[in-house]
Write a protein that binds this ligand. Structure first.
Ligand SMILES: [Cu+2]
Length: 114
């Protein structure tokens, strides 16, 4: 079984979302913001995040154990994040992504893009 490196996962997410993002650039780019999801105490906070197309989400792990943010349908995977590590993804078109932590399946979150 192979796991993509974090670098590969981020590139996958970027290329996957390149098309809808390009279409939304004219209206969304100047308003795009970065949202932070803190991973702490075996939870994603906020667990359910609503963003606009073109926004970036940064997951920051503040736990001592390693966690991932992994889309249930394989759209993205941060890979294992050690304490203090972070990973960022920019989201393009509308939709909802359900993700979890790979080692801790009860850690769940959603990203909804308007
Ligand atoms: Cu975890």
């Amino acid at each position: 079984m192979t796991h993509p490196t974090r670098r590969d996962a981020l590139r996958l997410g970027a290329s996957l979302l390149a098309l809808p993002l390009a279409a939304a650039t004219a209206t969304a780019e100047s308003h795009s913001t970065t949202h932070t999801v803190v991973i702490k105490g075996m939870k994603f906070t906020p667990a359910n995040l609503v963003i606009n197309a073109g926004d970036t989400v940064t997951w920051v792990n503040e736990d001592n154990m390693r966690h991932t943010a992994t889309d249930l349908n394989g759209a993205f995977d941060t890979g294992l994040l050690s304490k203090g590590a972070s990973a960022s993804l920019q989201f393009g078109g509308a939709g909802t992504f359900n993700y979890r932590c790979t080692p801790h399946a009860n850690m769940r979150g959603t990203i909804t893009i308007n």
